[in-house]
Design a protein around this ligand. Structure first.
Ligand SMILES: Cc1cc2nc3c(=O)[nH]c(=O)nc-3n(C[C@H](O)[C@H](O)[C@H](O)COP(=O)(O)OP(=O)(O)OC[C@H]3O[C@@H](n4cnc5c(N)ncnc54)[C@H](O)[C@@H]3O)c2cc1C
Length: 430
């Protein structure tokens, strides 16, 4: 728990960006220490967005995410994608998807195009990389095949009938049923995590199929909420497909969801396999640059505890939700080092009058600005420190929620920062 060893790299934050950085660093032999908890990972519905919408005010949806990233890089100076090329994006996704796969969370093949899938809110989401357990839903939606959506009595966050109703015009072949499947729980509310654990057992899957089979009729695919196991959901979907004789797929549910738990679990196992030392449920209170290292002071450290020390630091602390950025009445600040934050000139410009303004809100593009190597810069454009890096949603010039680039910016910036740190520390590109 204390800073007895000098690590090569400290990663602050354990969301998409921090976990990715830890995995990239550990895989390249950097002794890596990570501090923080899971962040918005737990809120994720599973799919990994790369770049979906640009320009945001036009709401233009792109089929080719690489062309979209290139357009953004051209149109928005300082956007994180203006610091990388398509090869770097592909390499970053390939490595993280492989790491998650090894850790038990399989994604579909990475291609050149975005995909569309149905969400538990009854919307259609454009994304890049889809968990394998959701893949058959992409094909079913694309072909608009007759499809049976199955809901569970008592599972309050998911309504199969609601989804079918919301999509009635766009996908007329959708039909919804509700099954009474308690898997050992007497009555009342059903919980997604409980159902997921129950469906890891073959006898429960057989019992579920018995309830669905008589209602299949002409269905050529079956959609279930994302409760097909806490791990190996693609294998469970495959088993249900075999039993029902049609492809079975998961539909992402609202947060916090089972896919979020799976992502957290897979990221943590992938980091552990790569030798990353993790300090969870603690926050870094301060980072102090020293001659050849940084000292990181943790909250709740017993008096006299030495700080953690690392030769380089990656800050992946997120925006307002993660508390990487904090706002007072006058300005938005970066919480750890008071790094310069790109932000609207006055508080009155943080948000537009209309919450649903198609342009989004300037405050949602606030953040730390970085150079080509993801080192934070001051107002004059000079890097703040050669061994300090910033990644993920903490970065300025992007509105990940509206433009659908959340996981992509996190993963891609993490790889670029780790390669630059490796170079700086004398490791060359590995
Ligand atoms: C509801 C919801 C659904 C989403 N769904 C998707 C999706 O389907 N696909 C997709 O691509 N993206 C999705 N996203 C976006 C995606 O989650 C974000 O883009 C991503 O989480 C950004 O990761 P991050 O690591 O930069 O920040 P965060 O996830 O915010 O993580 C920052 C972490 O840093 C920690 N931290 C902050 N300060 C400190 C400190 N001082 N010491 C230690 N730790 C600290 C925080 O506790 C937090 O854990 C979703 C986001 C939300 C909120």
């Amino acid at each position: 728990m204390t800073g007895e060893r000098l690590a090569d790299l400290a990663v602050v934050g354990a969301g998409f960006a921090g976990m990715s950085a830890a995995i990239f660093a550990g895989a390249r032999g950097l002794s890596t220490i990570q501090v923080g908890n899971a962040g918005a990972l737990l809120f994720s519905s599973g799919p990994l967005d790369l770049m979906g919408v640009h320009p945001v005010e036009e709401g233009r949806v792109w089929t080719d995410p690489f062309a979209a990233a290139a357009a953004v890089a051209r149109d928005i100076p300082g956007h994180p994608y203006s610091r990388v090329d398509a090869a770097a994006i592909r390499a970053a996704f390939a490595e993280i998807v492989a790491a998650l796969g090894e850790a038990g969370l399989d994604y579909g093949p990475l291609g050149d195009t975005n995909r569309e899938l149905v969400t538990g809110a009854g919307t259609i989401k454009t994304t890049y990389c889809v968990p394998r357990s959701m893949l058959a839903g992409v094909a079913a939606l694309a072909d608009r095949v007759p499809c049976l959506l199955v809901g569970f009595q008592g599972l309050r966050e998911y309504s199969a009938a609601g989804i079918a109703e919301a999509l009635r015009e766009r996908w007329p072949g959708l039909r919804a049923i509700q099954v009474d499947f308690r898997a050992g729980v007497a009555a009342g509310e059903a919980h997604a995590a409980h159902l997921a654990r129950a469906l890891e057992l073959a006898e429960n899957r057989a019992a579920l199929c018995e309830r669905i089979r008589p209602q299949l009729a002409d269905a050529q695919a079956v959609g279930l909420p994302a409760v097909l196991g806490l791990r190996r959901s693609d294998a469970i979907a495959g088993d249900l497909s075999n039993q029902l004789g049609v492809p079975v797929f998961e539909i992402p549910t609202i947060p916090t969801s089972v896919p979020g738990l799976r992502l957290k679990d897979a990221f943590e196992r992938a980091a552990a396999r790569r030798g990353v030392r993790r300090i969870v449920q603690r926050r870094v209170l301060a980072i102090v640059p020293e001659a050849d290292a940084f000292a990181l002071y943790l909250e709740d450290a017993p008096p006299g505890t030495a700080p953690l020390r690392a030769r380089a630091v990656v800050i992946a602390t997120g925006r307002f939700m993660g508390r990487g950025l904090v706002a007072d009445r006058r300005r938005i600040r970066e919480a750890l080092l008071d790094l310069p934050v790109v932000q609207p000139s006055s508080r009155s410009r943080w948000h537009e009058a209309d919450f649903f303004d198609p342009r989004g809100h300037e405050a949602n593009r606030a953040g730390v600005t970085v150079d080509e190597t993801f080192r934070p810069c001051d107002e004059a454009g000079q890097r703040v420190h050669p061994r300090l890096f910033a990644i993920g949603t903490l970065l300025a010039h992007h509105d990940w929620a509206r433009t659908k680039c959340g996981a992509g910016v996190a993963i891609v910036s993490a790889r670029a920062a780790v390669l630059a740190a490796l170079h700086e520390l004398g490791g060359g590109a590995r």
